[in-house]
Design a protein around this ligand. Sequence first.
Ligand code: KIV
Length: 271
Amino acid sequence: MTERKKVTVPDLAAWREGGRRISMITAYDYTFARLVDLAGVDMILVGDSLAMVVQGERNTIPVDLDEMAYHVRCVARARTKALVVGDLPFGSYQASAQQAVESSIRLMKEGAEAVKLEGGVTVASSIAAITAADIPVVGHIGLTPQSYHRMGGHRVQGRTAGFEPGGRERLLEDAHAVEQSGACAVVIEGVPLDLAAEITDKVSIPTIGIGAGPHCSGQVLVMHDVLGLCEAEFRFAKKYADLRTAVIDATSSFVDEVRGGTWPDLDHSFS
Ligand code: KIV
């Protein structure tokens, strides 16, 4: 069997050019990063979604840069073939382009190979500054979870016309701004599939969709949704396994055996 090659940033452009679709999944620790890498995923996103699925927050706003840096370090230690992208959390890049560069450097020092940040027109100068520091950037437009309060929750964007944030024309502008500032790819989240298709057609960089239909250059999902680890189920996600049930069943068997005195047996004991 030929060994899988390390995924690099230039591969993304080549794959877009050649029509090969890109897969990305989130992971937040060493063990799961190893597993999803073995499965052959192209990109691992250490997403700020960890605020919700790891830390139990209602949205992604509370997680900070120190916490993201810790999880990037855990994932990077898995030395994956997949490209590791570190998410810049809320408050780590909004203040200035300089802050954005410094936060990006921090995640790169922990082992990220690219960073991701949310927004279009409003963060274009920060994307350009990070790129000028030789740090690859993945943009993120549409339903940007860090805009939770402005959007009034996690709401599908681009359903109405206009240049206001969340309007269809604005999202096209955002996509162009991200592309022109030098991003190597852009996540499109929570938009109607025809708009995601139009953006994919109009920009030259790969588009990676989540809740954005089948016409993007690639797809991303949160690992907990793919593995069925959480109670919540979403229309935009697919549960490829039911690990929640598996974890509950395995743990309850352990509890029963401890209570029944059948664990540990002699095979698992030392003499
Ligand atoms: O943080 C995250 O997991 C993300 C994906 C939903 C794209 O940004």
